[in-house]
Design a protein around this ligand. Sequence first.
Ligand code: ADP
Ligand code: MG
Length: 771
Amino acid sequence: MASMAHLQEEKLRLQEELLGLQEKLAARENNELSRSLQLQGQVETLKAKLLEQAQEISRLRSELQGGTDVEKHRDLLAAENERLRQEMKACEGELRELRQQQQAPCRDCVHLQENAGLQERLSQLQREAEETRAKLAELDLEVQQKTNRLAEVELRLKDSLAERAEEEERLSRRLRDSQETIASLKSQPQQIKYIIKTVEVESAKAKQALCESQSRNQYLQEQVGMQRQVLKEMEQQLQSSQKTAAQLRAQIMMYEAELERAHGQMLEEMQAMEEEKNHAIEEAFSRAQVEMKAVHENLAGVRTNLLTLQPALRTLTHDYNSLKRQVRDFPLLLQETLRSARAEIGQAIEEVHSTNRELLRKYRRELQLRKKCHNELVRLKGNIRVFGRVRPITKEDGEGPEATNAVTFDADDDAVLHLLHKGKQVSFELDKVFPPQASQEEVFQEVQALVTSCIDGYNVCIFAYGQTGAGKTYTMEGTAANPGINQRALQLLFSEVRSKAADWDYAISVSAAEIYNEALRDLLGKEPQEKLEIKLCPDGSGQLYVPGLTEFRVQSVEDINKVFEFGYVNRATECTNLNEHSSRSHALLIITVRGLDRSTGLRTTGKLNLVDLAGSERVGRSGAEGSRLREAQHINKSLSALGDVIYALRSRQGHVPFRNSKLTYLLQDSLSGDSKTLMMVQVSPAEKNTSETLCSLKFAERVRSVELGPVSRKAELVSWPSQEHLEGDSPGTAASPGRGHTSSSPGQLSGRSASIRRKLQTSGKLRPVPV
Ligand code: ADP
Ligand code: MG
C-alpha cells in the first residue's frame, strides 16, 4: 500500500512534472510560434524587398532599353552619314564629269576661277564632313563602351537575383523544415527535449542566416545605389552626346545646304557654259559655212581659171620652145648687141665728159664771179671796219667821282658814242658801238661773217686795241664760262667745215705767237724764249713764212682748249708778272683753214689772225726809264706802224710800210689784197680814264676816216700820227691791271708746259705742221 501510495505519489509527481513540462512546451511552442511568425514576417519583408529589387531591376532594364535608344540614334546617324557620303560621292562624280566637260572647250573661261573657289569650298565641306564622321565614330565607340558596361551591370544584377532566389528558397525550405519539426514535436512529446534542443540550435542557425541575408541585403542595396549613380552619370553622358549629335546634325544640315547651293551654282555655271559652248559652236559653224562657201567659190574660180589657163599653157609652151631657140641663138646676138652698146656707151661717155668739162668751166667761172662780187661787196662796205666796245664800270675802277661813267650812247644810232672829257662832250662815229651790256654773243654775231670768209680763202685780221684794262683780253679770249672771239671763231669754223664736209676736205690748224719788244716768240714751241724770224718763201712766190713757228692741227673744242692752255703756260713761263707782260706785248692767234674741193680739186687757204694788242696807254717820258721806257717805245712804234699800214692800205698808196714793225710785217699777207680787217677799239667808261679813252677813240676814228676818201684824206693826213706824237696830249693815268692771271716763276711752269705739249702731240689729233 505504501508502495502503492508511493507509486501513487510518484504518479502524481510525474503527472505534475508532465503538466509542468506540458506548460513549458506550450510556452515554448508559443515562443516558437511567435518566433516563426516573426520569421514569417521577416520573410514577408524580404519578399517585399525582393519584389522591390525585381521592380528596380526591371526599371533598370527599361533604362537599359533607353541605352539602346542611343544605339538606335547612333545607327540613325550612321545611316544618315552613309546617305550623305553617297550623296557626296555622287556630287564628286558630277564634279569630275563637269571638270572633264569644262576642261576642253573652256580652258580660259571666266568661270574657272569661280569653279576653283567652289571646289575649294567643297573640299572644305568634305573635310568638315570627315571631321564629323570622326566625331561620330568616337561617339559610336563611347556608346559601345556604355552598352558593354550596362550588359556587365545586368549580368551582375542577374547573378545577385539568382543568389537571392536561391537564398530565399533555402530559407523557406528551412522554415518548412522547422514547422514540420514543430508539428512532429507536438505529436511526439517524448522527443520534445531533443526537438527543443534541435529547434534551439536551428533557430540560432536561422538567426545567423537571417543576419547574413541582412548583410547581403545591405551590400546589394549599396550595389544598387552605385548602379544608380553609374546610371545617372550615363544619363548625363547620354544627354551630352545627344546634344553633340544635335549639333552635328545641324552642322550636317548646314553642309547639306552649302552643298546644295554649290551644286546649284555649279549647275547654273554648267548651264551658262553649255550655252556659251553652243553659241561658239553655232558661230564657228556659221563661219565655217561662210568660209566653205568662199572656198567653193574660189574652187569654182580656180576651175574656170584652170580651164582658161590651159590654152595659155599651150601658148606658153609654144613661147618656151621659141625662147629655147632664141637662147640658142643668144650668144651671137649678145656679141653683136654688146658691140653696138659699147660703141653707144663710149659715145655717151664722151658726151658726158664734154658736158662735165663745160660744167666745170662754168662752175669755176661762177666761183670767180662770186669771189669778185664778194670782193666788190667788201670794197663797197669797206674791208677795214672799226668797232668800239665800252666795258662796264668794274670794282677795279674804285668808287667816288673818278669811277663815274663818262661815256653815253645815241639811242637812234648804234655807231655813235659821246665822251664827257674835261666838261666837254666829244662825239665819235664808228662802224658800230657796243655798249657795256652787249654780250660776247652779240659781239661775235657782228664778227662771224669775217670768220666764215676764211673758209672761202680770205685772210682776216681782228685787232683788239685799247688801254690796259679796257677789255681787250675779255673780248678776244673771254672767260671759261663766257668765251670771247677766239674760241667762238674756232667753234664756228668747225661747224661750217662740218656742214661742207660732203664736198670739201678742210684742215684747221693754229699757231700762237707773241711780239714783245719787237721780238717774235712761238707760244706753242718747245723753246718759247727763242726769237723767230720772218722770212720770204724761197719759192719766189713773195709769200712770207716764219721758220720754226709751231702749227697744231685742231679738230675739236677740247683741242682748242689744250692749245690755249699750252700757249698761256708758255707765255706765263717767260715772265715774272703775266698781267704786266701781257699788257706790253701783242698776243696773236693765227688760224689757218686749208680746203680742198673734192669734185674740182680746187684748193683754198684762208688765215684768221686774232690779235690782242699791247696796252695803248701812253707812258710819261719823264716817269719811264730803262726797260719800261724801251717797252713803251716798242709798243708805240708797233701801234703807229699798224696805223700807218692801215692808212696806206685804205688810201691805196703804192707803198705800204709793212716792214716798220714785226706785227705789220708778220701780218702783211693778211692785211693786203682782198683781206679784211676789223679793229675793235676797247674803251673804259670811267671818268679817270677819259683822256686814254679820248686817245683810243681818236685812233679809231682816224682808222675809219681813211675810208671816206683816200685822195682827199691823203692830202689831209700826210702822215699817221704816231703813238709818240699822241703822248704829248696829256700824261695817261695808270690803268688797272687786266685779267687776274697770277704770276708764276718760270721754273715752275716750264715742266707743266712741256707736259701739255707732250699731251698735244701724243693725242693723235694734233701734230705740229711747219708753216
Ligand atoms: P685788257 O685786256 O684790255 O687789259 P681785260 O680784258 O683784262 O682788259 O679787262 C679788264 C677787266 O674788265 C677784267 O676784269 C675783265 O673781266 C673786265 N671786263 C672787260 N670787259 C668787260 C665786259 N664787256 N663785261 C664785263 N667785264 C669786262
Ligand atoms: Mg689784256
